[in-house]
Design a protein around this ligand. Structure first.
Ligand code: SAH
Ligand code: SF4
Ligand code: F3S
Length: 476
């Protein structure tokens, strides 16, 4: 298992299901919380909400579980191996618990929601199981455990957005932050467990989103990523009995509201859904320089029959049309994607269509996965997971090779160009280098100088590139 700190990770790497340990300087002799997160950015953002709720209840975070009073693991169910990783980690916490029987171990997030009380039966060391909409109940659940009982709350909500909770930003780089703009998902992609673990889609009050972004900017942050499973279906309506009665805000309008905070605040967002992304959103991105020209547009498959079985509700042609619209409205827009290899009944010819789609789009980056059947999903109930493991593996390898080719091609187009980048900090590989991203989300590394500070915008002339990084030097 890989444990990495957010400062060393891009949000996109985090998407791939690695772990984040939230760490913070300790003060006083408060009780100590250790929290580890798996899965998507939403889970990482949720851990910051949990840290905030518990901070208000006398807990401080620690980066060392061996000194913690409370260990939380914020879990992901998206693929079987994500769950396996969590179980392995839990057995390590079990060793600690035998040493320190007072230690409280809690499972949060999507696996908690999927397995509910079964978790308490299966994993004896677990004291509490808490679903993603129940974090306000944590202090009460902790008291219950302290009274010697097991505690569980996996109620999903139609309203909870934690809008009023200001997340504790821990272990970040102080420059980039996530903001959840909605929760849940109303799509029913047949392979996907998220609608079951995260519940119904709901959008957060735009004023609270703008206030959170403004506060981050005032504290020196320079980039926010607006998060939702399907940001294009963001829709907020003022309650009939409130001052905002009759007001509606869609995603394009929300983007604009956040962009207007300051031209020095960059806006990113994830994830866009091909069926919902509108030209209005594309024109808004094109209109504001500080809305990044980068769209994560998961295709999943390049074949219309497979897409239908996946219940993605678009066809190959529709997806291509959306890509054409992006290319014409935002000509220098980077596009990344998610792809699943070996979905139920996928033929060789259909797999080839995924490869040809990758050529058509020329993705800047692709996250690739082998299909993993999830209990309770539409696919698990209605379709047979009939592609042999070795075929899935081979198709995945072919997709990966193609992804590396297209992303290298995209990176190479930058050599010789001067890019405006936001300095994020020192490079992972060398302390004498700084790194930052350009608008299109490419990582750029360049020699550090004394005057440069994280959070600054700089022009860097790109001199060469490796398979994933651009290398260059600062120019005026
Ligand atoms: N809301 C996002 C995706 C969330 S999950 C969207 O709609 O695109 C992130 C990615 O995990 C998905 O895009 C998909 O490619 C992958 N994924 C989801 N369920 C999976 C499964 N059962 N097996 C393999 N990959 C899966
Ligand atoms: Fe899952 Fe589909 Fe919702 Fe994405 S849009 S979270 S893939 S159901
Ligand atoms: Fe995983 Fe839940 Fe996110 S299943 S990908 S942590 S919404």
């Amino acid at each position: 298992m890989i444990e990495l700190e957010l400062a060393d990770k891009t949000h996109d790497e985090a998407r791939q299901g690695e772990a984040l340990i939230i760490d913070a300087p300790q003060r006083g002799n408060a009780r100590k919380l250790y929290i580890e997160s798996y899965g998507c950015q939403m889970n990482f953002a949720d851990s910051e909400i949990v840290a905030s709720i518990l901070g208000d209840n006398g807990f401080e975070t620690t980066g060392d579980y061996k000194e913690a009073d409370l260990v939380f693991i914020n879990t992901c169910s998206i693929r079987e191996n994500a769950e396996q990783r969590v179980r392995n980690r839990l057995s390590q916490f079990g060793v600690e618990k035998r040493r320190n029987p007072k230690l409280i171990v809690g499972v949060l997030g999507c696996m908690a929601e999927r397995l509910k009380s079964k978790f308490l039966d299966e994993e004896k060391l677990v004291d509490m199981v808490v679903g993603p909409d129940a974090y306000r109940d944590l202090p009460q659940l902790i008291s219950q455990v302290e009274d010697g009982q097991k505690a569980i709350n996996v109620l999903l909500s139609r309203e909870e957005t934690y809008a009023d909770i200001s997340p504790v930003r821990l272990n970040g780089n102080g420059i980039t932050a996530f903001i959840s703009i909605m929760r849940g998902c109303d799509n029913m992609c047949s392979f996907c467990v998220v609608p079951f673990t995260r519940g119904r889609e709901r959008s957060r009050d735009p004023q609270s989103i703008v206030a959170e972004a403004q506060d981050l900017f005032d504290r020196g942050y320079k980039e926010v990523t607006l998060l939702g499973q399907n940001v294009d279906s963001y829709k907020w309506k003022g309650a009939d009995d409130s001052e905002a009665a009759g007001i509606q805000v869609n995603f394009a309008q929300l983007l604009e509201m956040v962009a207007l905070i300051s031209p020095d605040l960059r806006i990113r967002f994830s994830t866009s859904h091909p069926k919902d992304i509108t030209d209005e959103v594309l024109y808004t991105i094109a209109k504001y320089d500080n809305i990044c020209n980068y769209i994560h547009l998961p295709v999943q498959s390049g074949n219309s029959r497979v897409l239908e079985l996946m219940n993605r509700t678009y066809t190959r042609e529709w997806y291509m049309n959306r890509v054409d619209a992006i290319r014409s409205i935002i000509p220098d827009c980077a596009i990344s994607t998610d792809i699943i290899a070996g979905f139920c009944t996928e033929t060789e010819a259909e797999h080839e269509e995924t490869l040809s789609m990758m050529d058509y789009v020329g993705y800047d980056f692709a996250f690739t996965f082998s299909y993993s059947e999830r209990p309770g999903t539409l696919a698990a109930r209605k379709l047979v997971d009939d592609i042999p493991e070795e075929v899935k593996k081979r198709r995945l390898a072919e997709i990966l090779v193609k992804a590396q080719q297209t992303s290298l091609y995209r990176l190479q187009q930058n050599v010789g160009k001067t890019l405006r980048i936001l300095v994020e900090g020192t490079s992972k590989k060398s302390k004498t280098d700084y790194c930052g991203r350009n608008d299109q989300n490419a990582m750029v590394v360049f020699p550090a100088t004394e005057e440069i500070k994280p959070g600054q915008y700089l022009n860097v002339l790109v001199e060469r590139c490796t398979s994933a990084t651009l290398l260059g030097r600062i120019v005026d």
